[in-house]
Write a protein that binds this ligand. Sequence first.
Ligand SMILES: [Cu+2]
Length: 428
Amino acid sequence: MEQSLSGASRRTFLKAVGAGTLMASVTGGLVAGLGRAHPASAATSVLGLAATDGYVIMPGREDDPLYVFGFIPVNPNATINDLITTYKGHSQMSAPTLDFLQNDDIKITLTNLGLVQRPDLTDAHTIHWHGFDIPSPLNDGVPEVSVAVPIGKQLTYFYRPHREGTYMYHCHFEDVEHVQMGMTGIVFVRPIQDGTQIGGFSKFAYNDGDGSTGYHRHFAILLNEVWSNFHDGDRDIQESIATDYEPQWFTLNGRCYPQTLQPNDYNGENSGITTPNPNYDDAPDRSQPNSSLVQVNPGERVLLRLANLGYQQHAVQLPGINLHVIGQDASLLRNGTVDTSYRTNTLYIGPGEARDVLFDAPGYSALRPSGSDGRGPYNVYYFKNRDWRRLSSLGAPGPGGAPSGMMTEVRVYQNDLPDQEYVSQTYV
Ligand SMILES: [Cu+2]
């Protein structure tokens, strides 16, 4: 019997993507494994991702969208035929942010839909959780030592992450190509300490025991570069030489400023995750659905979950606000009892690296509103690359001229924002 792409199922996925909702029964307790005790699963998350191609908009390429590969969220129970009919050629960049709780059972069914633009290219795809130090090889997504998913096939990956922190995921099949083509996203694991009250917080980046990694709001931001040669070459059946890498665009969550400020568009309705649109299409704002806008209340503690899946190091700054780096590559910066976290105004983050960064939002100054949006007046602080060349696109000038590139805004509002229901929630 065929199963349809029901809205309810898609909603279930999107809840896990954005809201981190626990979706199954709680069992708790400990189970003894083979000679080693592991915590039992707290809950089970069942997700679907589909791999296919599509197009995105970059500055200067508004009339000539850029060819990409990517992961899109789909109903994990839908048939392969239904998924191909609905989603083939409708990819997105960047991939959905995945939010899980430590020790959850996680099942992600990956379906390879094939490529519309390149039917001759019969590449398989995988899901690789980058930075997990104790993966099971079968579920690690490295095709040379495991399996990959051919066109028209599905594979369900299984995980039970025992270590909290911010990671990233990407396709590992012909990875230099597929990663650059857009098959990249952030995955993070919330600590089991979440939900307890420590130091005035109930949400934490790590199991710190003292509340030092507590936060009020968190935002997942994927840093990347985009090199047109690779994308145009794949579109036109031309080989690209990776050592010639010279990216034109520098992106946050697959967008250049000021597109980074546009709200999340998980569902085509600009309304977060509540009304999923089964007719997911490749309109520009939907093929780049992940906002980087950071909206906060005065005095709140904010966690930035940063990952870099480009091929170059980046130095980012948030002028006017001190950055407190408390996590690096999914590890709490604490050596025994020694606090190795650090405060900086310039954060360096290399390819394949992740950082967890806390900052305290300043107060709101009514004397100097920077702007106003649907939430009222705000003061703005710029989260941006330090290199002016990465604040431009195709040679166009950066801020002050034609702002572009790797930049977004932290908006501190005069009026109260409601509590965050899921990571990177935008309020319009
Ligand atoms: Cu791939």
